[in-house]
Ligand binder design. Structure first.
Ligand SMILES: Nc1ncnc2c1ncn2[C@@H]1O[C@H](COP(=O)(O)OP(=O)(O)O)[C@@H](O)[C@H]1O
Ligand SMILES: [Mg+2]
Length: 349
């Protein structure tokens, strides 16, 4: 079994909410095939909060949207498996998938308006969700909508239920969308930068709300953000994406305590001192920009920006656990593997 699969395979069982295996997304363009997402695998345990981080263009949204096959583009080729409740979402008939979308798996976006139709009220949207997945009378759906608006902290919910989306602030709209997402008690909530468009205070409130709802409803959360700081306190585990690949993944405590990939270290703004037991908080910035999917970088995609690149980096490093690290903490970097080999040679073992 490839190393990348070991961690996921171990976690398979009754406690798994979602398991993504080798998700790969290509797009046919005029100038050829562009690789947008390559070989992404991860497991989301029931009730777990998984964060996906990486700079803009790294393939986070494409990964998330394609878990539910939300992008209808004939030039897109999606392969791999997305296991949910014993079914592969990538292989399900469209009708069955529609039942799961918004029901057992809900999604919220950066722009709450994406999920809202301007001419309908907040209450209508929530009632639609309820009636699509549950047999509820109109009256019962409205009552449940008011309950949900209360739960997500919208003031005067009996009045707000009749508001139109444009009558709410950005933060209140995002709360309303979360109420819609929760209408069917989803097993998994997929969130694509849901706080990015909001001011810092509102951002913290929405994140807090998602965390709280997760505790109350037991839903797992997959939270995508370009800002590792947003989820570092909330996520149980983290995937770091760069140019369509996962370059590091593991439990958040492990990744934060000992980031292995130079890109993760750059994101965290600190680099470990070799041999030191703690991180030194030395600020580093990552110069340059990530390659686009149509730009082919030979070997590791981070190589042109990496201060440590050496000859081995012209080959793509596999995502693997490293000696001395937790075995579910994986990284795709040659650097310390080489350093460990050198140490062994020096020690004569
Ligand atoms: N419809 C499309 N056609 C061609 N390229 C696309 C399309 N959608 C996204 N991409 C490309 O896929 C890459 C990943 O995009 P995306 O998943 O949106 O990144 P992120 O969410 O991490 O910012 C980007 O380089 C983007 O330009
Ligand atoms: Mg995105």
């Amino acid at each position: 079994m490839p190393d990348t699969m070991q961690a996921t395979a171990r976690a398979v069982g009754a406690d798994v909410a979602l398991r993504v295996e080798s998700l790969t997304i290509d797009i046919r363009t005029k100038s050829g095939v562009a690789h947008i997402v390559q070989d992404v695998s991860f497991t989301v345990a029931k009730g777990e909060f998984v964060g996906i981080v990486g700079e803009s263009g790294s393939g986070k949204s494409m990964t998330l949207m394609n878990l539910l096959r939300l992008i209808d583009n004939p030039n897109l080729n999606v392969s791999g498996h997305v296991w949910f409740d014993g079914e592969d979402l990538l292989a399900l008939p469209a009708k069955r998938l529609r039942e799961i979308r918004g029901g057992k798996i809900a999604m919220i976006f950066q722009d709450a308006m994406t999920a809202l139709t301007p001419v309908y009220t907040v209450g209508w949207h929530i009632a639609e969700q309820l009636r699509a997945h549950r047999a509820l009378s109109r009256r019962a759906a409205r009552e449940r909508a008011i309950e949900l608006l209360t739960e997500v902290g919208i003031p005067s919910p009996e009045l707000r239920v009749d508001s139109f989306p444009h009558e709410l602030s950005g933060g209140m709209r995002q709360r309303a969308v979360i109420a819609m997402a929760l209408a069917c008690d989803p097993k998994v909530l997929l969130a694509d930068e849901p706080t990015t468009a909001l001011d810092v205070t509102t951002q913290a409130q929405i994140l807090d709300l998602i965390r709280r709802l997760r505790t109350v409803h037991g839903s797992a959360v997959v939270f995508v953000t370009h800002d590792i700081g947003v989820i570092s306190d909330s996520a149980d585990s983290i995937l770091v994406m760069y140019a369509g690949r996962v370059v590091e993944q593991g439990r958040t405590v492990d990744v934060l305590a000992a980031p292995q990939h130079p890109y993760t270290q750059g994101l965290l703004g600190s680099i470990p001192t070799p041999g030191a037991s703690r991180l030194t908080s030395q600020l580093v910035s990552i110069d340059g920009s990530a390659p686009t999917p149509s730009e082919q970088v030979v070997g590791c995609a981070f190589r042109p920006r990496c201060a440590y690149a050496f000859d081995k980096c012209f080959t793509v490093p596999a995502l693997r656990p490293r000696e001395g690290q937790a075995d579910d903490h994986l990284d795709a970097c040659w650097l310390q593997r080489q350093a460990q080999m050198d140490l062994r040679i020096e020690a004569g073992s």
